[in-house]
Design a protein around this ligand. Structure first.
Ligand code: ADP
Length: 482
């Protein structure tokens, strides 16, 4: 795909201007390893320029009615939706995911813009019954100010719209630093935003290889009132520390170590299908992807065999092939990590039922893999593997399963399969996780709150909670009423 001939932008966007530079960095297609485009490698100076622009644009954008903002956002949604096929192909080209999943992400990503455009109209305050006859109490919801968004590569559109949608709907202006692996989707989105009528400075995109400098400038700048980050726990903690001096509001969507609990009373086919969907989507590169599959002793062998059988049908290949179910992983360090975790698990006694070694499709392809004999102390289930590897752990009792599931510093998503309603409810309540799927492996959408507990992060994205992250509550007291 020729990115420039296709009309996709390869310049950054600051204050409504497309910014080029002699200093550029390449964007690679993980399936072929080829460079598909180059984008500006901006730095601290441009990071500050972006905040200048967002800060100048803020008063006018905030002063618009939610309905006026919604009209522009709705147009943006329509433009994205109309270009689904082109955007999906762009995403597969720079990120690698199967084209069918890329189309799904365009729709999922766009849904945050549509939904928050409407929800912005319902940023209700309250009237509070008075305690003194001469006073009246009211709360107003007001946009927080300039928002900085730093996003990862695994969902190149949705991780941006999940932040930018509610921020813009609330009346905030935004500076975005997309992942260096996937800047093209961010720029394509921004171009459609400008076409939809976003005024200059309301949305700015800074591309860079020097994430640290850009993050540093934004954390130090007291005009940036909110930082929303999705990425690794290590970087999230660093940004949390860096935001202390200006006391920014934070939304942090960090790493997970999701368990799936398969009980003896699970519906076998349902549990296998749910596990496949949850584990192998985006080649396992999602933060809600199951990292540990805990299976009760009575169903363990049947489940393992059925999972291996179903996994063997998943076609590995370049994402642009309609039949592909497992595309390449993002880069060489990702492959090296998967390989070394599997080798260490094998050395410690784990067995590979299917997959487990590289395939001839190319250096970044890894086959879907099912491993048994995993124990809870192995690195393969203590670290987030972020690859297409299902690690099966045997358990005996419900109490054991809950204890094992919660034995991690993370708490993003958890899943369980059981036909016993009492058990399903009981266990869902006991799991330390921000989200629980019961008999379901895919749980995220725009109308529900996404987020984690413990070291998986702070705040929620999507739903009414997701809008609130970009609003301040102002209490107004009217006194001297006669
Ligand atoms: P991942 O392992 O998913 O790439 P990262 O946390 O490394 O997770 O990256 C997520 C986002 O954070 C990317 O946009 C990346 O460029 C950015 N990033 C990485 N390091 C820093 C940093 N020190 N300061 C600010 N942003 C960073």
């Amino acid at each position: 795909m020729n990115i420039v001939d296709q009309g996709f932008p390869t310049a950054a966007l600051i204050d409504g201007n497309w910014i080029t530079s002699d200093d550029v960095f390449p964007v690679l297609d993980p399936a072929s390893g080829l460079t598909v485009a180059s984008v500006p490698n901006l730095g601290a100076r441009e990071a500050k320029m972006a905040v200048d622009a967002a800060s100048r644009a803020f008063p006018e954008w905030a002063a618009k009615t939610a309905k006026e903002r919604a009209i522009i956002l709705r147009r943006w949604f329509d433009l994205i939706t109309a270009q689904t096929e082109r955007l999906a192909l762009l995403m597969t080209t720079e990120q690698g995911k199967p084209i069918v999943e890329a189309r799904g992400e365009v729709a999922y990503g766009a849904s945050f813009i549509e939904w928050f455009a409407e929800e912005g109209k319902r940023a209700y305050g309250r009237t509070i019954p008075t305690t003194v006859a001469s006073k009246r109490y009211v709360t107003l919801k007001q946009p927080i100010g300039v928002v900085a968004a730093i996003t990862p590569w695994n969902f190149p559109i949705a991780m941006i719209t999940r932040k930018v949608g509610p921020a813009l709907a609330a009346g905030c202006t935004v500076v975005v630093k997309p992942s260096e692996e996937t800047p093209l989707c961010a720029l394509a989105l921004a171009k459609l935003g400008i076409e939809a009528g976003l005024p200059p400075g309301v949305l700015n995109i800074v591309t860079t290889l020097d994430a640290r400098s850009v993050g540093d400038v934004w954390c130090r700048d007291d005009r940036v009132r909110k930082l929303s980050f999705t990425g690794s726990t290590a970087v999230g903690k660093q940004l949390f520390r860096q935001s202390a001096d200006t006391l920014k509001k934070l939304t942090l969507e960090l790493g997970g170590n999701a368990p799936i609990l398969v009980f003896d009373d699970a519906h076998l086919e349902q549990a296998v299908a749910g596990t496949i969907a949850c584990k192998f989507r985006n080649a396992g590169q999602t933060c809600v992807s199951a990292n540990r599959i805990l299976v009760q002793a009575g169903i363990y062998d049947r489940f393992a065999a059925a999972l291996a059988e179903a996994t063997s049908t998943l076609k590995v290949g370049a994402g642009r092939n309609e039949q592909t179910k497992i595309g390449p992983v993002i880069n060489q360090p990702a492959i090296a990590k998967i390989d070394s975790l599997i080798e260490r698990a094998k050395a410690d006694g784990a067995k590979v039922l299917i997959g487990g070694s590289t395939v001839p499709d190319g250096p970044l392809f890894y086959p879907p893999t099912v491993m048994t004999g995993i124990t809870t102390d192995m690195d393969i289930v203590r670290q987030e593997i972020f690859g297409p590897v299902a690690s099966l752990i045997r358990f005996d009792t419900e109490a054991d399963a809950v204890r094992m599931a919660n034995d991690t510093p993370f708490g993003l998503a958890a899943y369980l399969f059981s036909q016993n309603l009492s058990r399903a409810w009981r266990v869902a309540e006991k799991l330390d996780a921000g989200m629980v799927g019961i008999n379901e492996g895919i749980i995220s959408n725009e109308v529900v709150p996404f987020g984690g507990v413990k070291e998986s992060g702070l705040g929620r994205e999507g739903a009414v909670e997701g809008l609130d992250e970009y609003l301040e509550t102002k209490y107004v007291c009217l006194g001297a009423i006669q």
